[in-house]
Design a protein around this ligand. Structure first.
Ligand code: C2E
Ligand code: CA
Ligand code: CA
Length: 753
């Protein structure tokens, strides 16, 4: 048998370990573990001239090679376990089997089956091979790990780069939003950002129509014509890419190799595309799409994530943009009517005037104040009042050209800007037309409401023209002249108004410093001129202008609310004057004028009561004079207020009776004590040919209601005589006495004439 041993010298001597390592290294460098193991065992068969070589690990044969590849796995496992040293091979017969340990994290064994037993050197070689195998395995695993790590690192780095770019993009968009960029700019930035972030040349944003959840519209597109993008962005019902992203609420990508299934892509000459849903307030409102015509495009995980994240943030940006836009809109529009407010109106006006300076075509500003709006508001309630304002706004809007601006300046005040006034149209007639439109009744809560308006008009061609102020002044003039009319601004109105403003300031000051005075004019018995009472009349001696007529400052005080302190002061002063009357004249009475604003004031009755209490004057000696116009404003309320006043025990008379066209039928409902015949009717008595109808009627009325009647403004003796003939006992006028200071009035009283 030794001869056979000699015939077959041990092969180990032919191989150094180093050579073995080299041999296997190349194998293990390029192949994966399974393949490398297969090659390794094949080499073992070659090197050792073995029938079979195998690696067993984890209780299974991991690789096997050799002519006896058909060897029974069970035999090989038994060899690896050390249970068998001999294996019977189908054709080689009884053969020797040896196994050596392969050190690895999963311990395994390298085994050899050879007909000829292995010599000691060959066994060493086998162990060497096992060692090389275990090193190779470990190296291979480490390498694979390093490689995986490197890939992972690369992926992370890419992700980081994307995130960075994403952040930059988003900050840019957010900055644009906070700087008040309009919505379209933001939308364009989103499309642009998506294209750059993902690196595809085309991108677009599709948003659903607010009231049609089926139809998406391309609102921004870069690198591609919007209409080409349209098929990719169809709404959820469509099978388009964007439609699917919206419907499924997730990212949908079509790489180049999958594009056959996406007809909308190929038809547009595109090769790959991705779409991500865009939300607003948790609802899908559209999709963001990127697409490319480049070849070989596949979307990496990082790119997919980027688009998804960007779409998510774009949603936020969109809501922000809308919020900012809303805020901007709200800051320049009236919330009720949604018409531009004063700010926006002024802005448009400035713009229009700048254009007018170049074109020479004038610009018109109409100032419009509703007449009688307060009445509607008070009687129908504020909600109805609001509805009416909205209806007025709508009608005004429709009554002008789309290019013109209708604004609400506040309350029931509107302004209209007519740009480039057509040469054939006069601003005044345009205003008349608008007034005509407003005259048609409005139907509010199934009630028909008729409104009028006063309109002021100002026309100009230069930014130096203060058209708003001018139109405002003209509007006030229109109101003064009886409402429901159009007034075109005239330069002298400005002077009148500044004077008036000055006067208001001065009046306030005069009142504060008690620079006003109260004069008293006697009321006399016409028959003998004896004094029966006094009317208190306010006087103001202006430091520069001298005496200012009450006919001027009383209306001013009424408009500015100064009439309340003024009236109270006059009443107090008058009571003080009455306190100095001689005790021998207990029948004397005192008349004090009361204005409409005072009568409407809820504290009036209390004020009169305390003033009376503070003076020694008996209530029945005080008379208050009111004009008919007071009663016309709100008859019901006036009747109630007069009744309350009357309950103080004072007298009430109607001043300037006959001038107010006031219906006589209310007279019997009023707690009255006297009537004063207005000066105009007394003046009428100068013509002896004419029948003094009114004077006669007033006297009859006084007689039938048992009222005291006083004729005012008696200047001439013949008037006095005529009045006596007609049966008028009491008179007041320059004929008898002019109004005078308290001191002089007292002197007059003492002299008896
Ligand atoms: P009124 O109440 O009708 O006062 C009578 C006005 O006629 C007074 O004018 C008086 O000075 C004037 N007058 C009296 N006799 C004659 C005459 O023979 N000929 C002419 N031409 N005028 C005569 P006055 O003081 O200028 O007051 C004008 C109006 O101002 C008053 O008309 C009254 O409505 C209002 N007023 C005056 N003082 C007060 C006041 O203290 N409170 C209120 N609320 N109104 C006042
Ligand atoms: Ca009076
Ligand atoms: Ca009067």
């Amino acid at each position: 048998m030794s001869a056979r041993v000699e015939q077959a010298p041990e092969v180990a001597s032919l191989w150094s370990v180093r050579e073995l390592v080299d041999l296997l290294a190349s194998v293990w460098a390029d192949l994966d573990e399974e393949e490398a193991l297969a090659v390794t065992v094949a080499r073992c068969v070659e090197i050792l001239g073995a029938e079979v070589a195998a690696v067993v690990a984890d209780g299974r044969v991991a690789a096997v090679a050799g002519a006896a590849a058909g060897a029974d796995d069970g035999d090989l496992l038994a060899v690896a376990d050390g249970r068998k040293g001999i294996v019977e091979l189908p054709w080689a017969g009884v053969s020797q089997a040896v196994s050596v340990a392969v050190e690895d994290e999963r311990p395994g064994r390298l085994l050899i089956v050879r007909k000829q037993p292995l010599g000691p050197q060959e066994l060493d070689l086998l162990r060497g091979l096992a060692r090389v195998l275990s090193i190779s395995l470990r190296m291979h695993r480490t390498l694979a790990q390093v490689r995986a790590q490197a890939e992972e690192n690369e992926r992370l780095a890419e992700r980081l780069r994307h995130r960075q770019a994403l952040l930059e993009r988003l900050t840019r968009i957010e900055r644009a939003i906070t700087h008040g960029a309009d919505r379209q700019t933001v939308l364009d930035m989103i499309a642009q950002g998506a294209s750059e972030l993902v690196g595809d040349e085309a991108a677009g944003l599709g948003l659903l129509h607010p009231d049609d959840s089926e139809r998406a519209r391309v609102v921004a597109a870069v690198g591609i014509a919007p209409e080409l993008l349209d098929p990719l962005l169809q709404g959820p019902a469509g099978s388009s890419l964007g439609g699917r992203a919206m419907e499924q609420g997730r990212l949908v990508a079509v790489d180049e190799d999958e594009r056959e299934g996406a007809a909308e892509l190929t038809e547009q000459g595109l090769r790959a595309a991705m779409a991500a849903p865009v939300h607003e307030k948790g609802r899908v409102i559209g999709s963001l799409v990127v697409a490319t015509a480049r070849r070989g495009r596949r979307y990496s995980e990082a790119e997919r994530e980027t688009l998804l994240a960007f779409a998510e943030h774009a949603s936020l940006a969109l809501s922000d943009a809308r919020t900012v836009e809303d805020a901007v809109f709200r800051s320049v529009h009236d919330p009720l009517t949604e018409l531009p407010n004063r700010l926006l109106f002024q802005d448009r006006l400035d713009h229009a005037l700048a254009l007018a300076e170049r074109s020479g075509r004038p610009v018109a500003v109409l100032f419009l104040d509703l007449d009688g709006f307060k009445r509607v508001n008070d009687s129908l309630g504020h909600a109805a009042g609001d509805e009416l304002l909205v209806a007025v706004a709508g009608r005004l809007r429709r009554s002008v050209r789309p290019a013109d601006t209708v604004a609400r300046l506040g309350g029931d005040e509107f302004a209209i800007l007519i740009e480039e006034l057509p040469p054939d149209v006069q601003a005044g007639s345009a205003a008349e037309r608008i007034l005509g439109e407003l005259a048609e009744p409005f139907v509010i809560r199934s009630r028909s409401v008729v409104l009028g308006a006063s309109v002021g008009v100002a026309v100009g061609t230069s930014r130096r023209d203060d058209l708003v102020h001018a139109a405002d002044l003209a509007m006030y003039r229109a109101k003064e002249e009886g409402k429901g009319r159009v007034q075109v601004f005239q330069p002298e109105m400005r002077a009148a108004v500044t004077q008036r403003l000055d006067l208001e300031v001065d009046l306030r000051r005069a009142l504060d410093h008690e620079r006003l005075e109260v004069y008293f004019q006697p009321v006399v018995r016409i028959a003998d001129g004896s004094i029966v009472g006094f009317e208190a009349l306010a006087r103001w001696c202006h430091p520069r202008r001298g005496w200012v007529s009450p006919a001027e400052f009383v209306p001013l005080a009424e408009e500015t609310g100064l009439i309340l302190p003024l009236g109270e002061w006059v009443l107090r002063e008058a009571c003080r004057f009455a306190a100095s009357w001689p005790r021998s004249r207990p029948e004397l009475w005192l008349s004090v004028n009361l204005s409409a604003a005072q009568l409407e004031h809820p504290d009036l009755v209390e004020m009169v009561r305390t003033t009376l209490d503070a003076s020694a004057l008996e209530p029945e000696r005080l008379w208050l004079e009111i004009t008919e116009t007071v009663l016309m404003r709100d008859a019901e309320e006036a009747v109630a207020q007069l009744a309350r006043l009357k309950s103080l025990g004072i007298g009430l008379s109607i001043d300037d009776f006959g001038t107010g066209h006031w219906s006589l039928r209310h007279l019997e409902r009023l707690p009255l004590d006297g009537l004063k015949i207005a000066k105009v009717f007394v003046d009428g008595l100068l013509d002896p040919e004419r029948d003094p109808v009114v004077v006669r009627a007033v006297l009859d009325l006084g007689a039938s209601f048992s009222l005291q009647v006083i004729a005012e403004g008696v200047e001439r003796l013949d008037q006095a005589r005529r009045l006596q003939e007609l049966g008028c006992a009491l008179g007041q006028g320059y004929l008898f006495a002019r109004p005078a200071s308290g001191r002089r009035a007292l002197a007059l009283l003492a002299s008896g004439s």
